[in-house]
Design a protein around this ligand. Structure first.
Ligand SMILES: Nc1ncnc2c1ncn2[C@@H]1O[C@H](COP(=O)(O)OP(=O)(O)OP(=O)(O)O)[C@@H](O)[C@H]1O
Length: 237
């Protein structure tokens, strides 16, 4: 059990130019497992992740971790939908976060090499990250986040537009680190992926948490007609 959990979200709302992107949200998350955030386009999935991670300003309400906010943030990683790579090699991209943490150069290179191998980029370690394919880039972004051993990892649609093989490789890594105790909160459009990974589901609609339940409950008997329609593949407005 991580020391930053539970996290309590109370009446939290993010607005931009008078428009509510997400909220008000009331939610309490515990320190174990994989939470999958699903919902129609524009329902507030990304905004919810950013709100939890504390990288957008709250207009109302609060997000309260069980430790000081800076401490919680320090133990979190975030993988964005379209990650920005350093214009350097794969290895340097992996070494960089460790060097920021003052890990000695040799040890940082060792760990970076291990991660490069783990994500299937061992042979590409000296290649420029900017020339990688979409799937390779996303695996590198994931490794770059995980190399810091975050207690909690946010992922925003990490597999959007990737092929089956890259998706499987990313899911394998996520399942392995989740097994080792890394808390994961991830949005996805892919219902198969949601079923494969989720321990609990946060179903967003119109910027609000419409349903929050254990995965087996959500997928077998979702409580609301909107969630059932969404699972059916119907258009939900
Ligand atoms: N910077 C912004 N300025 C204004 N509106 C925004 C901004 N970012 C997001 N929005 C709007 O806020 C709402 C929630 O967006 P958000 O990206 O959180 O939803 P989402 O569920 O992640 O969408 P998608 O599935 O399309 O990625 C949408 O209506 C979106 O158009």
């Amino acid at each position: 059990m991580s020391s930053m959990f539970p996290v309590k979200v109370q009446g939290a709302e993010v607005r931009k130019r008078g428009k509510t992107l997400v909220g008000p949200v009331d939610l309490e998350l515990q320190g174990e497992g994989v939470s999958i955030v699903i919902g129609p386009n524009g329902s507030g999935k990304t905004s919810l992740l950013k709100m939890l991670h504390g990288i957008v300003r709250l207009r109302e309400g609060s997000v309260t971790w069980s430790c000081p906010r800076e401490e919680a943030q320090h133990c979190q990683g975030f993988v964005f939908q379209t990650p920005v790579m350093l214009r350097r090699t794969v290895l340097e991209n992996l070494t960089y976060p460790l060097r920021l943490l003052k890990v000695p150069r040799a040890e940082a290179r060792d760990q970076a090499a291990q991660w490069a191998t783990r994500i299937g980029l061992g042979d590409a370690a000296e290649r420029q990250a900017t020339v990688l394919s979409g799937g390779e880039r996303q695996k590198l972004a994931l490794a770059r986040a995980l190399i810091r051993q975050p207690e909690l990892l946010f992922l925003d649609e990490p597999c959007a537009s990737l092929d089956g093989r890259a998706i499987r490789e990313i899911e394998d890594i996520l399942q392995a680190v989740a097994q080792d105790g890394t808390r994961i909160i991830m949005s996805t459009h892919d219902m198969g992926q949601a079923r494969r990974l989720a321990n609990e589901v946060i179903f967003m609609l119109h910027g609000k948490v419409h349903e929050f339940s254990p995965a087996e409950v959500f997928f077998s008997k979702a409580a609301t007609p909107q969630a059932r329609a969404f699972l059916n593949g119907d258009i939900v407005e």
